[in-house]
Each structure stands twice: as C-alpha cells, then as structure tokens.
Design a protein around this ligand. Structure first.
Ligand code: SF4
Ligand code: SF4
Length: 104
C-alpha cells in the first residue's frame, strides 16, 4: 500500500486526502490535472497507488508528471496539514514540490 518515491512522506490515500494540491492555483488551469482528478476515486481504489494517477502529494512522489502547470502562481503547501506534520518548512525544497521534486 505504501509506495514511496521520496523517503519522508508516505505515498498513501490518507495523505492524498490531506493534500491541498488539487486546490492550488498552480494546477488550476491544467487539463492534464483535471483529467486525472476526474478518475481519482478509481486511482485511490488501487492496492498500490501509482504516482502518474495522482496529481498531488508531490512532496512525497516528486516532480509532477503533468507538464502544463503554471509555477508563476502561488504554491499553497504552507497551509497543508502534511506540511506542518512533517515540518517541511525546515527542509528543501520548501514548497513547489511539483516543480522542484520531493521533500528531503
Ligand atoms: S505539502 Fe504540498 S505537495 Fe505535500 S501534501 Fe501538502 S499540499 Fe500536497
Ligand atoms: S506542490 Fe505546491 S505549487 Fe505544486 S501543486 Fe502542490 S500546492 Fe501547488
């Protein structure tokens, strides 16, 4: 169930549920992300989550597989429960995980 790409934050459905990325302005106009969000329930029903299916928890899984994001908009990771729980403000990158890779 826990397929982790980074080592810090477990890649599981609980953490996907807490992730704010689906509401982030960086992803708001991405057709690639919209497509993945329409089938997110099926994606979460799989025994092992697949990073390409989940447009979020980039702090766990690393750089977004969708390429039509807009990093000129503001990252909202700072308001996320995972960000506080794992003290991601103290690590690198400190946000924009979709662009800069998983938290270390
Ligand atoms: S810290 Fe950012 S990437 Fe990680 S789960 Fe929260 S909103 Fe998603
Ligand atoms: S990692 Fe930050 S910038 Fe990227 S989609 Fe999530 S909240 Fe937005």
């Amino acid at each position: 169930m826990n397929e982790t790409v980074g080592t810090k934050i477990p890649f599981n459905s609980t953490n996907v549920g807490k992730c704010m990325c689906p509401k982030c302005p960086v992803q708001a106009k991405s057709q690639c992300v919209s497509g993945k969000l329409t089938s997110i329930k099926d994606a979460l029903a799989k025994t092992s989550l697949i990073r390409e299916d989940i447009p979020g928890v980039y702090c766990s899984t690393g750089t977004a597989t969708c390429k039509d994001l807009d990093p000129k908009q503001s990252c909202i990771c700072g308001g996320c429960a995972i960000f506080s729980q794992f003290n991601l403000a103290a690590g690198l990158p400190a946000g924009y995980f979709c662009r800069d890779g998983f938290a270390k």
